[in-house]
Design a protein around this ligand. Structure first.
Ligand code: MG
Length: 387
């Protein structure tokens, strides 16, 4: 397929965008969602993703593992294909995908859990909500406003889930969580393409690390079926190519299922606009029930054998202790942080002072890369610490 595909009536149309918080004149040759994508790529938080872990495997042993940056690019690539096939807004889908993990802490999910535990007295920490904070407030690129001033639809897509308490504070963006409505289809697709990307690259990274074995994975339906086919068609293929050939076929099958199923559900619900998609009562982007079950089986396998592998857990626990110690040290002595963060932590007075201090520390710690968090721990706590 080549050339521009006309957008479906239920896609996100730029001319019907709910706009930006701070109105800006249109650009002479770039569309609004394209501008959002460009702002995200130029953000500091995006660049830091290169040194943030996805799954917490010991990546000092090799440069070949995924990071949050390559993960975000893979999600963007998968979702662009699906969005285009469905005549949805490819640029919006890409922008959401590139931004979806901007709020992630160092040390993968281990870091998120540690920071959330530290922040319990002050409203908790949630990486998805933090992604929105990054684009709405924390990036400082413009003289006239904080954040990146992204379009409403991009922000809608970034916010995947949200507690009732947080939703109440988010104005029009939070309302869908209170009223149980869906986001637009581009956002729904990014959500599922995120799963597709991490399931498949975690297989690849997991096998590369030696923590899981091909023969174990061959027992899992989705992998096993393609693996057996590849072994039958290409007997004697070398290990790495055999895995790539299998994973490539898996991704193609899963994305194909997503496109076909979503197309059927859209046809069944016959929305006439993006608002009708939001009101549809259920997500219109979906895997078929059979594929959803196989995807679940794969996720379960990865959780049990990879994410909870003793070697991964050991590092996870060390990382959590480190991040907790760093958080506590900055809470006691906020002036140890760089001036702008210290000013936010110390500046607030009165009843809200504690909350502001904790949030300023959490924002600073969450923004750290893995290696920066480790070097901070060494500087503040134990110069000889190893992960
Ligand atoms: Mg992700």
């Amino acid at each position: 397929m080549s050339g521009p595909v006309p957008l479906a009536p239920w896609a996100a149309h730029e001319e019907h965008s709910r706009g930006r918080c701070h109105p800006q004149p249109p650009h002479p040759y770039r569309g609004e969602f394209q501008r959002d994508r460009d702002r995200i790529i130029h953000s500091t938080a995006f660049r830091r993703l290169v040194y943030k872990t996805q799954v917490f495997i010991n990546h000092e042993e090799g440069d070949l593992y995924r990071t949050r940056l390559t993960h975000s690019l893979e999600v963007a690539q998968v979702v662009r294909t699906a969005a285009r096939a469905l005549a949805l807004n490819e640029q919006l889908a890409e922008a959401i995908a590139l931004a979806h993990d901007l709020g992630h802490t160092p040390f993968g999910h281990a870091g998120q859990d540690a920071l959330n535990a530290c922040m319990q007295p002050w409203g908790g920490f949630e990486h998805n909500l933090q992604s929105l904070r990054v684009v709405d407030e924390l990036e400082r690129k413009y003289a006239a406003f904080p954040g990146l001033n992204l379009c409403w639809e991009t922000r809608e897509g970034i916010l995947k889930h949200c507690s009732r308490r947080d939703a109440l504070q988010l104005g029009s963006l939070g309302r869908r969580f209170l009223e149980r409505r869906q986001p637009g289809l581009e956002a729904q697709l990014v959500n599922l393409c995120d799963e597709i990307a991490y399931n498949h690259h975690d297989i690849d990274d997991g096998l590369r690390s030696g923590l899981i074995a091909e023969r174990e994975l061959a027992e899992v339906g989705l992998f096993g079926e393609h693996y057996d086919a590849v072994c039958a068609i290409f007997p004697g293929l070398s290990g790495r190519v055999r895995i790539h050939e299998t994973v490539r076929r898996m991704i193609d099958t899963v994305v194909g299922d997503l496109v076909v199923t979503t197309r059927e559900r859209v046809a069944g619900s016959a929305p006439d606009s993006i608002d009708a998609v939001r009101e549809a009562g259920r997500p219109l982007a979906a895997f078929s029930p059979a594929m959803a079950a196989r995807h679940q089986e794969l996720k379960r396998f990865l959780r049990e054998r990879l994410y909870y592998h003793p070697q991964v857990r050991e590092r996870t626990e060390r990382a959590q202790c480190m991040l907790t110690a760093v958080f506590e040290r900055f809470m006691e002595a906020p002036d140890l942080m760089p001036a702008e963060h210290a000013a936010r932590a110390i500046g607030a007075t009165g009843e809200a002072a504690d909350v502001s201090r904790a949030r300023a520390v959490a924002d600073y710690v969450a923004g750290m890369t893995d290696r920066y968090a480790l070097s901070t721990y060494r500087r503040l706590v134990d110069p000889r610490a190893e992960l």
